[in-house]
Design a protein around this ligand. Structure first.
Ligand code: PHE
Ligand code: ZN
Length: 867
C-alpha cells in the first residue's frame, strides 16, 4: 500500500534552490527515451547545503555538477534525490532513461496511439527527470527533441521553434525555446506523425500569430469549430480583459488517451480529442459547446495560470476558478447568456453540490490533501468560479476590470496565492474582504431560508433571511457568508414594483441587489403598494440553496422576467410534485396545469425553454432525500413524465412537427434551440409507448443529419422501445466503429440505459473490440456512465457496487487517476438506505483490502468509510 502522507498548507516553505533555466534534450528511441537535463541552479537559501529534487520511476544514468561527475554527492529514494552542494550558482546535469510505452498512468511522457506526448500537471514532470517539480520554481526552458523522422515527423515543444536539423540514419532534431519562465507542470512535448490545420490571428498590436491544430491524419476536416473557437477566444480576451497573446505560435495537439479534458501547456496545449474534433455527423450540439468552452478555457489560462501561476497546489482555484469564470463569461457572450447560466448552474448542482454534501467536501482552497490529483474537483473549478462571479458582482464590470489589470501588472511572472488575487480585488473596494474570504476557507453548500411578511396597511414588506451554515466534514461549526443577493418584487402581472429600503444602514449594492452578511438579517421595504411576489437569487447571484416556503412557483414559472428564475421555478415545482407523489401517491394537478405556462409560451427562447421543460435528474432528487432510495423517486419521476405527456400530447406533437428539421445541421442558436426543444418534447412523448410516436423516433434516427438528433433517438429507443432499438444500434455500430469518439456515445447510451439488464450488457461490452481499458474516454463512457446510472448502479442486489469495486481495483493498477474518478460514485455511501449501505460497504471493503491500492483511491475510500 502506498504511504498516505498528508500535505498541509501551513507547512509551506519556499524551495532552497531555484532552477533558473532548464535545457532539456530528449532522444527518442523505440524502447526508451533518454532525457538529458541541464539545469542552471541558484541557491536561494544560503544556509542550505543540500538541494532536493523530485523524481519517480526514473532510471538514473548520470549526475554532474558543473560538468564534473557528482559521485558520492547525492542520494536517491523512490521519490527524490538529495544533492549535497555548497555552491550559490551551478549547472546540474541529470541524465535519465524513461519508458513511455510502458506508461499507463498517462502522466509524464507517454504514448497515445502513435503519438508520444506529455502530461505534467500537477506532478508529472518528476516522471520525466529529476527536478524541483513544484509550481513556485519557475524556469525558462529550451527543449531539443531528436527522433526517427519517419515515425515522428512532427516534433513540438513549448515556445518558439528555433532550430531544426536532419541527422544521419533517418533521424532529425527540433529545438524549441520558451522565453517565458514557467513551472514544470506547464512543460510539454509531442512527437508523432500528425495532420495539421493552420490559420493565423492578428493581435490587437498587429502581431500575426500562427495557429496550428494537430490531429491524427484523416481528422483535419473536424477542426473548424475548434479553430473558430480559438480565434474567438483570443479576440474576446483582448476586448474584455485587454490581454494579448504573447508568443508567435499557438499549437494545439489532440490525443485520444488523456486523463482530463485538456491542458494549458505554454504555447502547446494538449487536448483530449473529445474537445477538438467535431463535425455534424459525429458531434452533438453539446459537444460543439464543450469544444468552444474548453478551447477558450485553455487559451485563457495563458494569462490566468501561466503568466501568473500558483505558488503551490493549495492555490489551484486561483487559476481554475478564475479561468472557469472567464470561460463561462466568454460562452455567455458567444451564445445566449441566460441559457449559459442555466446550464452552468445545472452542472454545479449535479456535480459540485453532490461533492459538497458528501465525505470528500472541501473548501475551494483546501487546507490539506493526500493526493493532489484528487483535488481537480467541481469544487475547485465550478464553485471557485461562483466565488469569482460574486466578486465580479460586488465590483461591477468596470472596477472588476481595473482590479484584474492590477492583478496582471503586479503578479506577472510570479507564482502567487489566492490572497494576492483578493488583494488586487480589494484595491477597488466594494466588499468586505475578511468576511468574503470565508468562501475560500469553508466547505459545504449553505442554505438560505427566506421568510416574507407584508403589511398592507403600512405598505411595508419585510424579508427575513436566515443563513443555515452546515458544519464542516469534521463537524466543526462554520461562519455565515458575505454575498450579493439579487431579487425582484413583482406585482400580479409580473411587473417589477418600486420600493424603498427602510434602514439606510443596510447595504444595497444596486437596485435589486442586497448585500447579506449576518446569520440572520431582516430587510424592510417601504412604499410597497401591493403584496409582492418575490423572485430571489436571480441569475443565481450566490451559490446557496434557497428554502422559500412561501414561494409561488406557478407564478414564477409564468411571470419571472429572469430566464434563470423561470428555470428555477420549473425545477422547484417539479421537485415539489415529485415529493408529493412519493409521500402520498398523488399527482400534483396544479403542477400539471402550470407546466403549460412554459410549454405554450412562445416568447421563451427555444434553448432556454428546453431546459425549463426538463425534469430534475435523479442525481438532484437524491440530494433532497434524507435516506437515499432510488426506486420511489425514479417511479415518481416516470409517472410525472407520463402524466405530462398524456396531458400535453397534442401540444408536444405540434411542437415536434414544427421544429423537427432533419436536414438542418446549422449551429446558430435558433437551429440548436429547435433541436433542443423538439428532442425535449420527444423525450416526454416516448414515455407513452405509442406506436406512432415510436415510429417518429425511428424516422428521426434514420433521417436526421445531425448526431444530436440521432443519439437522442437512439437513447430514447433503447429506454422505451428496446425492440426497435436493436437494429439501429447494430446499424450505428457498423457505421461508426472506426470512430472512437462516436463509440463513446454508443457505449454511454447502453450503460445509461434504465431498462433491465444494463449491468450484464455493460459487462459484456468490455469484451467488444472497440473497448480499450487503457483509453480513459472509453472507460468513462462505459464504466463511468454506468456508475452514474442511479437505477442500475444502486440496484438492490448490490451487483452494481461489486462490479464498480472490481473495476476500480483493475484500473488502479493501470491508471490511479481514472480509478479514483470512478471511486467518487461511492460518495453517497453514508446516506444510503440500510440495505444498499450494507452492500456498498462490502464493495468498499473489497477495495480497502486490496494490497496494492494507490493513494488516490485510498484517500477517497478512507474518507467515504470515515476511517
Ligand atoms: N489544468 C487543466 C485545465 O484546467 C486540467 C488538467 C489537470 C489536465 C491535470 C490534466 C491534468 O484545463
Ligand atoms: Zn483549467
Amino acid at each position: 500500500m502506498s504511504q498516505a502522507k498528508t500535505i498541509h498548507l501551513h507547512d509551506y516553505t519556499a524551495p532552497s534552490h531555484h532552477i533558473v533555466h532548464t535545457d532539456l534534450t530528449f532522444e527518442i528511441f523505440d524502447e526508451h527515451t533518454l532525457v538529458i537535463n541541464r539545469m542552471q541552479v541558484r541557491r536561494m537559501d544560503k544556509e542550505s547545503g543540500a538541494m532536493t529534487l523530485h523524481g519517480e520511476g526514473l532510471t538514473l544514468l548520470c549526475v554532474k555538477v558543473d560538468d564534473v561527475k557528482a559521485e558520492g554527492q547525492f542520494e536517491c529514494d523512490a521519490e527524490q534525490m538529495v544533492l549535497q552542494c555548497d555552491k550559490d550558482e551551478f549547472v546540474l546535469q541529470v541524465v535519465t532513461k524513461i519508458y513511455p510505452d510502458e506508461n499507463t498512468t498517462l502522466e509524464g511522457l507517454y504514448r497515445s496511439g502513435t503519438i508520444l506526448c506529455t502530461q505534467n500537471e500537477p506532478e508529472g514532470f518528476r516522471h520525466i527527470t529529476y527536478f524541483i517539480d513544484r509550481p513556485d520554481n519557475m524556469s525558462t526552458f529550451t527543449t531539443t527533441i531528436i527522433a526517427e523522422t519517419s515515425r515522428y515527423p512532427i516534433l513540438l515543444g513549448n515556445g518558439n521553434l528555433v532550430e531544426t536539423e536532419t541527422y544521419a540514419e533517418g533521424r532529425h532534431m527540433a529545438k524549441w525555446e520558451d522565453p517565458f519562465a514557467k513551472p514544470s507542470y506547464l512543460f510539454a512535448l509531442v512527437a508523432g506523425d500528425l495532420g495539421v490545420v493552420s490559420d493565423t490571428f492578428t493581435t490587437m498590436s498587429n502581431r500575426e500569430i500562427a495557429l496550428n491544430i494537430y490531429v491524427d491524419r484523416g481528422n483535419e476536416n473536424k477542426c473548424d469549430h475548434a479553430m473558430r473557437s480559438l480565434k474567438n477566444a483570443m479576440k474576446w480576451d483582448e476586448e474584455v480583459y485587454g490581454r494579448e497573446y504573447d508568443l508567435d505560435i499557438y499549437n494545439i495537439v489532440a490525443v485520444d488517451s488523456f486523463n482530463m479534458g485538456a491542458m494549458e501547456n505554454k504555447g502547446l496545449n494538449i487536448f483530449n480529442s473529445h474537445y477538438v474534433l467535431a463535425d455534424e455527423d459525429s458531434a452533438t450540439d453539446q459537444n460543439f459547446m464543450g469544444i468552444e468552452s474548453v478551447i477558450a478555457h485553455e487559451y485563457f489560462h495563458n494569462w490566468t495560470g501561466n503568466r501568473i501561476t500558483c505558488r503551490d497546489w493549495f492555490q489551484l482555484t486561483l487559476k481554475e476558478g478564475l479561468t472557469v469564470f472567464r470561460d463561462q463569461s466568454f460562452s455567455a457572450d458567444m451564445n445566449d447568456a441566460s441559457v449559459q447560466r442555466i446550464s452552468d448552474v445545472k452542472a454545479l448542482r449535479e456535480r459540485q453540490f453532490v461533492e459538497d454534501a458528501g465525505p470528500t467536501a472541501h473548501p475551494i482552497k483546501p487546507k490539506s490533501y493526500v493526493e493532489i490529483n484528487n483535488f481537480y474537483t467541481a469544487t475547485i473549478y465550478e464553485k471557485g468560479a461562483e466565488v469569482i462571479r460574486m466578486l465580479h458582482t460586488f465590483l461591477g464590470e468596470e472596477k472588476y476590470r481595473k482590479a484584474m489589470d492590477l492583478y496582471f501588472e503586479t503578479f506577472d511572472a510570479k507564482a502567487v496565492r489566492t490572497e494576492d488575487f483578493l488583494w488586487a480585488m480589494d484595491q477597488q473596494g466594494g466588499f468586505d474582504l475578511e468576511r468574503f474570504s470565508r468562501w475560500y476557507a469553508q466547505e459545504r453548500t449553505p442554505t438560505l431560508k427566506v421568510h416574507e411578511h407584508y403589511d398592507g396597511v403600512k405598505n411595508e414588506y419585510t424579508l427575513t433571511l436566515q443563513q443555515v451554515i452546515p458544519a464542516n466534514v469534521k463537524g466543526e461549526k462554520q461562519l455565515p457568508y458575505y454575498f450579493p443577493l439579487a431579487f425582484t418584487l413583482l406585482d400580479r402581472d409580473g411587473v417589477a414594483l418600486q420600493w424603498n429600503l427602510a434602514d439606510k444602514r443596510q447595504t444595497l449594492l444596486d437596485k435589486g441587489m442586497l448585500i447579506v452578511q449576518e446569520e440572520e438579517e431582516k430587510f424592510t421595504f417601504t412604499e410597497v403598494t401591493t403584496e409582492p411576489k418575490l423572485s430571489i437569487n436571480n441569475n443565481f447571484s450566490a451559490p446557496f440553496k434557497i428554502e422559500h416556503d412561501q414561494a409561488d412557483y406557478g407564478f414564477l414559472m409564468q411571470f419571472a422576467s429572469d430566464g434563470f428564475i423561470r428555470y428555477e421555478a420549473t425545477q422547484k415545482a417539479a421537485m415539489n410534485a415529485i415529493d408529493m407523489f412519493v409521500e402520498n401517491g398523488e399527482i400534483d394537478t396544479r403542477y400539471l396545469v402550470n407546466f403549460a405556462a412554459i410549454l405554450e409560451d412562445e416568447s421563451i427562447g427555444l434553448e432556454a425553454k428546453a431546459f425549463m421543460l426538463e425534469l430534475p435528474t435523479l442525481s438532484v432528487l437524491m440530494q433532497e432525500q434524507k435516506e437515499i432510495d432510488i426506486a420511489p423517486i425514479s417511479k415518481a419521476l416516470n409517472l410525472l413524465k407520463h402524466a405530462l405527456a398524456t396531458r400535453y400530447k397534442d401540444t408536444m406533437l405540434t411542437i415536434y412537427q414544427q421544429f423537427h428539421k432533419p436536414e438542418n445541421s446549422a449551429l446558430d442558436a435558433q437551429s440548436m434551440g429547435e433541436r433542443a426543444i423538439k428532442n425535449a418534447v420527444l423525450s416526454y412523448l416516448m414515455v407513452l409507448e405509442d406506436e406512432d410516436i415510436n415510429a417518429l423516433c425511428v424516422v428521426q434516427y434514420e433521417n436526421s443529419v445531425t448526431m444530436t438528433d440521432r443519439i437522442v433517438a437512439l437513447d430514447l429507443l433503447e429506454n422505451y422501445a428496446p425492440d426497435l432499438a436493436q437494429d439501429r444500434l447494430v446499424h450505428f455500430y457498423a457505421r461508426y466503429k472506426e470512430n472512437t469518439l462516436v463509440m463513446n456515445k454508443y457505449l454511454s447510451v447502453l450503460s445509461a440505459s434504465e431498462r433491465e439488464g444494463t449491468i450484464d450488457r455493460v459487462q459484456a461490452l468490455q469484451n467488444d473490440p472497440v473497448y480499450d481499458v487503457k483509453v480513459p474516454n472509453l472507460v468513462r463512457a462505459l464504466i463511468g456512465v454506468f456508475a452514474r446510472n442511479a437505477v442500475a448502479f444502486h440496484a438492490p442486489t448490490g451487483h452494481g457496487y461489486a462490479f464498480l469495486a472490481e473495476k476500480v481495483i483493475e484500473l488502479d493498477a493501470l491508471n490511479p487517476q481514472i480509478a479514483s474518478g470512478l471511486t467518487t460514485a461511492f460518495r453517497s455511501y453514508d446516506r444510503l438506505n440500510p440495505n444498499n449501505k450494507a452492500l456498498m460497504k462490502d464493495a468498499l471493503e473489497m477495495i480497502m483490502n486490496e494490497k496494492e491500492i494507490s493513494s488516490n483511491v485510498l484517500e477517497l475510500v478512507q474518507k467515504i468509510l470515515d476511517v
